[in-house]
Design a protein around this ligand. Sequence first.
Ligand code: ADP
Length: 562
Amino acid sequence: MTKKIFRSILAASAAVLLASLVIVMGCLYNYFGTVQEKQLKDELWLAAYAVEESGQDYLEKLTLRDYRYTWTPDYRLTWIAPDGTVLFDTVDPAGQMDNHADRIEVREAFAAGESRSVRYSATLTQRTLYYARLLNNATVLRISVSQATLPVLLLAMLQPILLVGLLAIILSAALAGWMAKRIVRPLNSLDLENPLENDAYEELAPLLRRIHQQRRQISAQVRNLQEKTDEFEQITGHMKEGLVLLDNGGTILSINPAAQRIFGVEPSCHGQRFLTVDKDHSLYLAIQTALEDGHSEIRAKRSDREFQFDVSGIESDGLVIGAALLAFDVTEQAAAERSRREFTANVSHELKTPLQSILGSAELLKNGLVRPEDIPRFAELIHTEAARLVALVDDIIHLSRLDEGAAPPKEPVDLLETAERAAAALRDGAAKKRVQISVAGEHIQIDGVPSFLYEMIYNLCDNAVKYNVEGGHVDISVSGGKQGVAVTVADTGIGIPAEYQDRIFERFFRVDKSRSKASGGTGLGLSIVKHIAQYHHAAIELRSDTGGSTISVVFPPCGTDE
Ligand code: ADP
């Protein structure tokens, strides 16, 4: 702005100075021209008088250039007879001169007594002014003077003109610089934080009022925007899912804390290319696909967890301006899907084996291929397999109910009483193996589902009998403490090898398949126990060696159960 003002003032002042120069010179030229004309006229009068008095003598004396006069006059006198013949001329011999009758000033002087005219030289560098006057002897006396024309004069004065012009420009520049600074200084010191408190130029008042208004509007908009940003960050900050917003070039515009954890990056990665943050090409391709086609999905692992990445293109006015990437942790879901698939395969297999055995036995019986004394053995086999099938189907139904998240209402349950009922149901079977079951402990109540808790203790106790040795015993105890309420089933059985202890709670896992089947096991008992424990927020502890196994289910202390 300073430069612009400087240039404008410089141009204006230079123009004014130059125009003044031209005008002044024009006026002076005009003034001196008028003065010269007046002098010329006066001299003609004097000369006319002298010629009328002395005739040619006066004129000849003028041309003598003798001892008295070192001065040569600028003007020229020409004496012309009535027929136009030059009688005398102060410059050229009269005889050599043309007839002057056609000269305009001569013609008009003969006609009107006096005349004036101006003629320019062929090169326009000279301007000659003529005055003619009719004398009383009917002759005409003419006086003339030549002077340089204005362009010639200007050319002659070029040096001083240029000097003056240069001085004018230097002066204008200094003046313009000073004025530009003076004009701009108050503008530079304007307090735009408080526009209405400025007292610079009156003309700026509307502008300052407008700035004040706009500042208020902008502050309100910034506040609004900040609130929205805070709200957005508050929401995305608490999201479990990772959210990354990208522009159409794949640069990160926003990344929430969950996404920072997933990709293992710092919040400072804003503005970086996504490919530098996550080098997986398949995810990069998914982003490109979403930018081109609107949507894409992939599953991929990040830091040992499985994620579903949903990428959607963001459009504005029909143009794709970026993409939103949502990352869901599907590790548990994927594991559940896997175990469901395995479970289905296992169930089919587990159902098929007893059914085949029943079918085979039944066919032999139908075709009369079984000796009469073997019929009871076959009937027993069919019964055992059918019973196993029923137990299996019961367990499957139970498990699927638990899987579906069936949540029967909880009520106070006496664990010792429940353990006694389970023990009573198993005592006859245990007696056959000469295994003794004992129940001890306190009558402690917890909030739970009675049928679930019964089933849990029954399964643990059933295993303790099944995998026991002849003459062994099973001790069930219920105890309470700071850690919570524990139901413990300890046996003197074969124990579980250390390498399988982590796996026995998996569905259909058995350490010794044939032993499990022989004792009517389905391989689902401990899975059901695990499920029921989880449902009651209880922890399972297992200690086992070749001398027997102890499994405790520890329920959280009263009041902490969620
Ligand atoms: P199963 O119907 O085969 O008993 P479970 O799920 O109840 O199925 O148990 C899984 C496996 O864990 C059993 O097959 C068995 O090998 C082992 N097991 C469970 N409880 C005991 C125990 N008290 N002593 C020894 N092994 C056991």
